[in-house]
Each structure stands twice: as structure tokens, then as C-alpha cells.
Design a protein around this ligand. Structure first.
Ligand code: BMA
Length: 865
């Protein structure tokens, strides 16, 4: 013991004095096996080159064997692919740097899904879960040269159909488009631990792919290696953070002179160490340490998302054996669910500070996952931050995202609501399947737990609300009470027991919620308890204005569909005959079907005048979506602190399609995404008309009190001031305040409400920025908009142009586009008042002449019939 202490002290002193340990660690060596792959259809002989990581559809595409499934109706012609088995193969030598090691392991980071793996003709693995990581010890099986690695992917359909046929009842899986896949009603998706949306969704095609979708890595090490690190902030004091790092060490044999030390890579300082014995096999060693004046991780809007790069070193008998780096953040996160006089709270507390969550739901960015690049992730995250989001919800019908996604969230201060991958379905969660689910949960919770962005783990998406409110429970009970009991027991075992325990054991104090929405075990959703999904407007039961009056402690979903703009539509439906909402190509890319179009149309005609032609209709659906969701976002923020979060459905698409997204598949911002920027700003001024009165609210998410001046101006269409009201406003930290509440009649006098626009402007004392917002006193179709003459003044700038727009009459929803070009306007879909020019910037490679020729400007009035 004395000896160990002495060594610890010596190591401590040396490292503090020297700063860094200089020895290069031997440790684990890794090499990715991404070369020389080929593939074939199992019952054909011809091999073709393959890309790994990749999937069979993209390999077939690369060889011209299928056509782009995203184009027009091509998805139909690739439905044979999921009924076939596929074989992938490569040959590899042990890389020179890895020769002579004692231990070798192959790690399959993602096999989609039913895969038999052979190494040199010997079976080494049968995988059955695309979300799991599969390490296989191959120390005794590797040759120095010419190892043959073969992976046989069984058709997931062929594997799962017998399971479906064997059951006297069927598990609900409403989004599984088995009909498209030629399987009639056989919805088999729930048997496979495979991304739910691969089987189709109400915004996505059915493309049930297979393949090595994440890397295959060869690893080697000698006596011991660091398998995993887990950094947890245990306590935050005024000036200190108490941190514990749990180090998972794999040791070949026992050792009683091991030392684990931790260094801060930025300061090059030693932060903590421990001396320990190692037993043969897996060891969990805890190192406690204290950080003085810690740089805390904050979400966007609350502070800097500070990160630490730690290095952990393992030495045995004073010899450095392995070392591993880990980036993480120092923060505590809580989900506060406390009974209060209204019901029960539901909000996040970060480092002790209450957070109003502003964000959106995220689905996978492509049907073929390996082709999502880091640049694609970066664009999504940048676009979220650009509109002041602080949270994304990774929804349960997709995947546990790649590490790079969470790295970007860490670096940009985006909190993550992470669903487990179960959505809108019931699953046969018992026996081997439940164990498979448990192991999948452990793999992913462990993989993600050092990310400070991770705020909550959630059992599933809408499975519980479906059980109680979509008639599922009663359906099963009607068939046979025993079925209902069995399925509900499976449900409870999975979400109230197994997943809850995994989070408790492995997630380092990140909270768990069993489902979204969730109120209690007996009730799916309530207005005054837990989180809520509000779909009443979209499904048509309520008018758009209902968004203004709905309450919840936390809206984790609500949304409204729109079409992508014409430039995107032309990429998937370019023919003249396609340019109609009811054309086959357009309907193919509307997975809500006729119903969805009817809903859009119904609300559109309820709120606006009739559109003129196809292109204008596309544009107007975006205005409709943006106006609708804006009402909701503002109402949720006004409702603070009763309501503490607003996540709309959805920030992205997985292919080009009509959907609820605010950015389309190519990353183009729809009108909604521009609107979010204002609605989610740190301060929101929110005028709202209710029962003949105009209320104006100011909402601040700042953590300090705010003083400022509110000005409410009523303009007529020509830009003349009809009336104005000014107020000095004092807001407490993190407050929502109703500042004025006046009769509309008094404000507008003899003017017709359709002839005026309410403009609200708030400026914080000693700051320059104007927080502004417009509001209308009647529906858009009752507004008396005149045809506007808008003249753009164009100046060239680096990578594009600066454009200033002026108008002679109020112009609603000013939209600018360039034909067929990739471009980005930093402002678009805005309202333009006479006498208030708007200047914006556009990125494009067009010449000034071309730009001027191509620039199209449209207003809502222009889109009307
Ligand atoms: C939500 C989601 C998704 C679905 C969306 C639109 O409830 O959970 O399952 O795609 O609605 O219908």
C-alpha cells in the first residue's frame, strides 16, 4: 500500500513538473477494413466492387444496376432488393504496424441486419441488430496475409415473414408500407432491430436495405487496454466541479501495480490518478478528481458550450500500456418533474439553471445512411443554431446517430432528446428479443454518454399514446384479452423496466422518460403533466388558430406539412406532366397520400385566397406552414413557465418529399425555417389578437433582467401610421410578460381590420438590435393586399450579392428565388413595409447579369388567382 502511494506521489510530481508524460503509448492499435470489398447477389455468381461502409442499394446504384429510387416513381422498381440475400467479401493482411500482437479483435460497428460473418471460412458471428456493435475475438483465427472476411446478409423479409405467420395476432406497425413492398398486410418491421423508417413512413419511401453500414475495424493490443471511459460531473460547487471517470480496462492477466492517470490536454496538466489492482478480464476503475474554476458546458443561448479534452493513461509496473482521449463537457442535467398547483412540471435544468427548450424533431438525413456526410450533419446543426435552437429530438423511428452528429451538438450547444429506436409500433419484447434490445440499449447509452449534449433518454415515440388513444388496447382486447395482456406486459417490461434500468446503470445521471408523449403509466398524455404531442390542427379537427390556445408543460411534437419549393420539386418530378399536385410523381412523394393534400388544401382555403397555378401553390403551402407553426411557437413561449419547451416536427427530410420539415432534403430553408429564427430568438415580441383585443407580450430567455422599450405601430397598406403605443418594459430574468392588452377597435379607429398591419418593435436599453414582429387582425384571405411594385437594388459582394428591396405598398411573404441554382438567401419569405427597405445577402456563383435576369420576386398577393 505504502509503495503504491509513493508511486502515485512520484507520478503526480513528475507530471506536474514536466507537464506531460512524454512516452508514446503502445496501447491498442486500430485499422479500418474499408478496402477491397466486393459484393454479389447471393444466388448469382458475379462479384462487383463495393463501398464499405455502404449499403446494397448504393452499390447497385454505383454499378448502374438500379435507377435512383428518389427520382419520380423509381422506388417501385427496387422493391425486389429486400427479398434477396447479399454477400460482401474482402481479403486483408494484418497491417505491418499490427504484427506481433497477442490479441486481435474485429469490431463490426454496424451490420444491417441479419448477417453471418465468416473469417477464412469459419463462422465467427451471427448478427441480428443493426444498432449493436459486434466485437469478435479473432486472436487465434487470423493469418498474417490473405485473410478472407465474408458477410452474408439474409433478406430481412425472408427472415421475418415466418415470425409474422407463426403468430395468432399481429403487432401494430402502422407506418410499415408492406403493401408497397409487395407483402400485402404482412408488416414485419417490428421483428427486426432495424431502422423503422427503412420500411416506409408518412414522410419516407420504403427502401429496406442491407449492408455494412458502419465501419469494420481490426484492433490489436498486448497485455491490457482501455476499453471505455465515462466522465461524469457529480457535483458543481461555486468554483469547483467534482468529476469521476470510470475507466474500463481489459487485462490479459492480473496485475497489482496499475496506475490510471488523467490529463487535461488543453492545459497539459495532470488532473487525477489512482493506483489499483487489475484482475484478469474486465475491470472498472474509478478516478475521482476536482476541477477548479471549471469551464461549464452550456447550451446555445445560455453560454459557451465549453469542452474538455481529457487523456487517460494506463501504466502497469511503471510502463505505459495504453492511453485514450476523450472529449467531454462539465455539466449537470436534470429533468424536473415536480407536482405543482397546475399538475406536474416538465423541464430541463442545466447546471442548476432552468432551460426553456426550443428546437425540433430530427429524423435520419437519408434513406441510405452511409452517404450522409459530416458536411450534411454540419449543415443541419448550423441551421439549427442559426435559428436559435437549443434542443433537437432524435426521433425513435430512425437510428442512434453517428458520433460525429453528437460531437457537433456538443460543440454547438444543442441539447439532445434521444429516443430509443421504437416508434408508433408494438414489439415482441420478450425472451431473446428483449435481451437483444437490452444489449442494444447498453451499447448506445455507453457510446453516447460522454456527450454533454445528451439531456434525456426516452423509451419510445408514441407507442404508449397509441396503446391508450389510437384504439390499440381495445382492438387486442376485442380479439382476445390474453393477447392484450401479453402485449401490455411486453410493453411494461421493455419501457418501465429494462430500458429504465439500462439508463439508470449506464447513462451517468442523464434522466429517462418511458415514452413521448408521457404523463403516467396509466395515461399517455395530459395538458398539465409531462410532454405532449399536439396534432389536432394537422389532422383537421381544429382550425389553425387552435395553436394559439393549446397548453402543455412541454410540446415535444406539433407540426404542419408543406411542399418543397419548385427548384427541389423539379429534381424529383421534372416532367411537364408531373407539375400537378395530383400527378403520379407528386403523389408518390406525398406519403400522407390524398388525405394529407386534402388537409393542406382545406386549411389553405380557410386562411388564404385560392392560389394560381402549381408553383404558387407550392409557395403558398410554405407560407401556410410557417404562419401556422409560428402561432404555436409563440404561444408556447408566451406560456412560460407553465410550458417549458417547444419542439416542432421536423427539421429535415430523408428524401425529397412533401412533409412537415422546415428544411427540405437538399437543406433548402422553407418559409418555416426563416420564421423560426424570429420565433426562437432570445427575446421575442409577440403581438396576438384574441377576441377583439390585441395583446402584446415580451418574452425573454435571458438569465438577467432586461429593460427596454416596446413600440406598437399600426400601419395602413401604404405605410401610414394609423396609431402607435409606446411602453417602457422591465422583464425579470427568464420571464414572459403581457405588456399591453387593448381593444382592437380603439387602436384602429375607423380603419377596417383588413386594411392595417400591427407592427411591434422591442429594443433593449443600450442595445441596437430591434426585436420585431407583425400581426394581422383578420385571416390572410380577408387582408386587402394590393399588387406591390418591388424594386431590388443589387450590389455584388464576395460569393454573391447584397440586395435591398423597397415596396410601394405592404407586401406579405416576399419570396426570392433563382431558377435551378443552388443558392441561399439569408432572409426570405418576409413582410415588406413601404418606407422600410430590407437588405439581405445571397450566396450564388451567378454573374451580375445572370443574377439580375434570374432573380424572381413574389408576394402572397402575386400567388393568388
Ligand atoms: C409524429 C411522429 C412521426 C410522424 C409524424 C407526422 O407523431 O412521431 O411518427 O411521422 O408525427 O405524422
Amino acid at each position: 500500500m505504502f509503495n503504491k502511494l509513493r508511486i502515485a506521489v512520484v507520478i503526480f510530481i513528475t507530471t506536474v513538473l514536466v507537464g506531460v508524460v512524454t512516452a508514446t503509448p503502445t496501447g491498442m492499435v486500430q485499422s479500418e477494413l474499408n478496402k477491397g470489398w466486393r459484393f454479389r447477389q447471393a444466388r448469382l455468381q458475379q462479384w462487383r466492387t463495393a463501398t464499405v461502409p455502404g449499403v446494397v442499394h448504393t452499390d447497385l446504384l454505383d454499378h448502374g444496376l438500379i435507377e435512383d429510387p428518389f427520382f419520380r416513381l423509381n422506388e417501385r422498381s427496387v422493391q425486389w432488393v429486400d427479398k434477396e440475400d447479399w454477400v460482401y467479401e474482402t481479403t486483408f493482411d494484418i497491417p505491418a504496424k499490427m504484427l506481433g500482437y497477442k490479441n486481435y479483435r474485429l469490431v463490426f460497428n454496424g451490420l444491417d441486419t441479419y448477417a453471418d460473418v465468416e473469417l477464412n471460412g469459419e463462422k465467427i458471428l451471427s448478427a441480428d441488430n443493426m444498432f449493436r456493435r459486434w466485437p469478435v475475438d479473432v486472436s487465434q483465427k487470423l493469418k498474417e496475409r490473405g485473410n478472407v472476411l465474408q458477410i452474408y446478409f439474409h433478406s430481412p423479409i425472408k427472415i421475418d415473414i415466418p415470425k409474422w405467420e407463426a403468430l395468432p395476432y399481429h403487432y401494430e406497425a402502422g407506418n410499415d408500407q408492406s403493401q408497397n413492398g409487395g407483402l400485402f398486410g404482412k408488416q414485419v418491421s417490428i421483428f427486426a432491430r432495424k431502422a423503422g423508417y427503412h420500411y416506409g413512413w408518412d414522410w419516407g419511401p420504403r427502401l429496406v436495405t442491407s449492408g455494412i453500414w458502419r465501419s469494420v475495424v481490426l484492433e490489436s493490443w498486448n497485455d491490457a487496454c482501455i476499453e471505455d471511459l465515462a466522465f461524469q460531473t457529480q457535483q458543481l460547487g461555486k468554483r469547483t466541479a467534482q468529476v469521476v471517470c470510470e475507466v474500463e480496462i481489459n487485462s490479459e492477466k492480473s496485475a497489482d501495480e496499475a496506475n490510471v492517470s488523467i490529463f487535461d490536454e488543453n492545459t497539459k496538466m495532470f488532473v487525477g490518478s489512482t493506483i489499483c489492482d487489475l484482475k484478469q478480464g474486465i475491470n472498472h476503475i474509478k478516478v475521482n478528481f476536482k476541477l477548479n474554476n471549471p469551464r461549464l458546458w452550456w447550451c446555445n443561448g445560455l453560454g459557451e458550450p465549453e469542452l474538455y479534452d481529457f487523456r487517460v493513461e494506463l501504466s502497469i509496473n511503471n510502463k505505459l500500456v495504453d492511453s485514450r482521449k476523450q472529449t467531454t463537457g462539465i455539466r449537470t442535467i436534470e429533468l424536473v418533474r415536480e407536482n405543482d398547483k397546475e399538475g406536474q412540471s416538465f423541464y430541463f435544468r442545466l447546471n442548476g439553471v432552468r432551460v426553456f427548450a426550443k428546437g425540433a424533431n430530427y429524423i435520419p438525413s437519408d434513406n441510405f445512411l452511409p452517404r450522409v456526410t459530416i458536411a450534411d450533419y454540419k449543415k443541419t446543426i448550423d441551421d439549427a443554431v442559426a435559428v436559435h435552437m437549443n434542443m433537437l429530438r432524435v426521433w425513435g423511428g430512425g437510428i442512434y446517430e453517428n458520433d460525429e452528429f453528437y460531437d457537433l451538438c456538443d460543440r454547438n450547444g444543442l441539447l439532445i432528446w434521444q429516443d430509443f429506436m421504437f416508434a408508433c409500433s408494438l414489439y415482441p419484447a420478450e425472451g431473446e428479443m428483449l435481451e437483444n434490445i437490452r444489449l442494444e440499449a447498453i451499447d448506445n447509452v455507453k457510446r453516447m454518454r460522454n456527450h454533454p449534449s445528451l439531456a434525456v433518454w426516452c423509451g419510445n415515440n408514441e407507442n404508449q399514446t397509441a396503446w391508450f388513444s389510437w384504439g390499440w388496447k381495445e382492438n387486442y382486447e376485442r380479439q382476445n384479452k390474453a393477447y392484450a395482456e401479453k402485449i401490455w406486459k411486453q410493453y411494461c417490461d421493455q419501457y418501465f423496466d429494462v430500458l429504465d434500468k439500462v439508463v439508470d446503470e449506464y447513462a451517468l445521471n442523464v434522466p429517462y422518460t418511458p415514452s413521448s408523449p408521457f404523463a403516467s403509466k396509466e395515461v399517455a398524455q395530459e395538458k398539465n403533466i409531462g410532454d405532449r404531442h399536439f396534432w389536432g390542427v394537422w389532422t383537421g379537427a381544429f382550425p389553425i388558430s387552435a395553436y394559439r390556445d393549446e397548453h402543455s408543460r412541454f410540446f415535444s411534437e406539433y407540426g404542419f406539412q408543406s411542399f418543397p419549393e419548385i427548384q427541389t420539386v423539379k429534381r424529383y418530378a421534372p416532367e411537364q406532366e408531373d407539375q400537378d399536385l395530383l400527378s403520379d410523381a407528386m403523389m408518390w412523394h406525398q406519403r400522407g397520400g390524398k388525405n394529407a393534400n386534402e388537409r393542406i388544401y382545406k386549411h389553405l382555403l380557410n386562411e388564404y385566397q385560392e392560389p394560381k397555378g402549381f408553383e404558387n401553390l407550392l409557395y403558398m403551402t410554405q407560407i401556410l406552414q410557417a404562419d401556422a407553426v409560428k402561432i404555436a411557437m409563440e404561444a408556447h413561449r408566451r406560456d412560460k413557465p407553465y410550458c417549458m419547451g417547444t419542439l416542432y416536427w421536423q427539421i429535415n427530410d430523408c428524401w425529397p418529399v412533401a412533409s412537415w420539415s422546415s428544411r427540405d432534403y437538399y437543406g433548402r430553408w422553407k418559409a418555416l425555417h426563416y420564421f423560426v429564427k424570429n420565433a426562437f430568438d432570445d427575446i421575442l415580441v409577440s403581438p396576438v389578437e384574441r377576441n377583439g383585443r390585441l395583446e402584446v407580450w415580451v418574452i425573454s430567455d435571458r438569465q438577467q433582467p432586461v429593460k427596454g422599450k416596446l413600440e406598437i405601430i399600426i400601419y395602413d397598406m401604404k405605410g401610414k401610421r394609423v396609431n402607435n403605443v409606446t411602453r417602457n418594459v422591465r422583464l425579470k430574468a427568464d420571464e414572459s410578460l403581457k405588456v399591453t392588452d387593448q381593444a382592437v377597435k380603439e387602436l384602429i379607429g375607423n380603419y377596417a381590420p383588413g386594411d392595417v398591419v400591427v407592427y411591434a418593435d422591442f429594443v433593449v436599453q443600450n442595445e441596437k438590435k430591434h426585436y420585431t414582429n407583425n400581426c394581422f387582425l383578420v385571416k390572410q384571405k380577408e387582408m386587402n393586399y394590393q399588387e406591390a411594385v418591388i424594386d431590388p437594388v443589387i450590389e455584388p459582394k464576395e460569393y454573391g450579392f447584397r440586395v435591398t428591396l423597397r415596396t410601394n405598398t405592404f407586401a406579405r411573404g416576399v419570396f426570392m428565388e433563382l431558377k435551378g441554382q443552388d443558392y441561399f438567401f439569408n432572409k426570405n419569405f418576409f413582410d415588406l413595409f413601404p418606407g422600410h427597405p430590407v437588405t439581405l445577402e445571397v450566396e450564388t456563383s451567378l454573374s451580375p447579369q445572370e443574377f439580375e435576369k434570374q432573380l424572381c420576386i413574389k408576394t402572397l398577393r402575386d400567388a393568388y388567382k
